[in-house]
Design a protein around this ligand. Structure first.
Ligand code: SF4
Length: 140
């Protein structure tokens, strides 16, 4: 990993530090918001896929979302969440590749906030069956 972008807000987060410790040779650049890099216009998905960057960020909104109507495996309620955008693989048949304009890996390090929202949804839906889908991209 040549370059890793890190949001200032999570630069001292223990998970951030743990991830960075695995990439001792990478160039670390600090940014305010992941969207500065991830949502840039005119990115080449195919070029980035050959040598993706890593972006470490904090997800603040919409951590756990309702799955689309009709999606599920039989539970009353279906939710999904992604603590990482984009996939480390490159399957030829993948219809999710290119979902984002960037092929860079975006990892949200605030896992605990995802867990809190999941617990809240379980409490709120007491007695109902719930499935949570975890996707590296979206629902997969
Ligand atoms: S999202 Fe799934 S199908 Fe697509 S590249 Fe990754 S592993 Fe392959």
């Amino acid at each position: 990993m040549n370059t890793i972008y890190v949001e200032n807000e999570i630069k001292d987060n223990s998970r951030t530090l743990s991830i960075l410790s695995k990439f001792k040779r990478s160039r670390i650049l600090y940014i305010n918001k992941y969207s500065e890099i991830f949502n840039k216009k005119n990115q080449s998905f195919r070029l980035q896929k050959k040598d993706p960057l890593l972006i470490l960020a904090k997800k603040k909104n919409n951590l756990v979302l309702k799955a689309p109507e009709g999606f599920g495996i039989g539970a009353n309620k279906n939710y999904y969440f992604s603590h990482m955008y984009n996939c480390i693989y490159d399957c030829k048949y993948c219809f999710l590749q290119g979902l984002y304009s960037s092929a860079n890996y975006l990892v949200f390090v605030n896992y605990e906030d995802f867990l809190t929202q999941i617990k809240n949804l379980i409490t709120r839906n007491k007695g109902k069956s719930i499935t949570f889908f975890l996707g590296m991209t979206v629902i997969h």
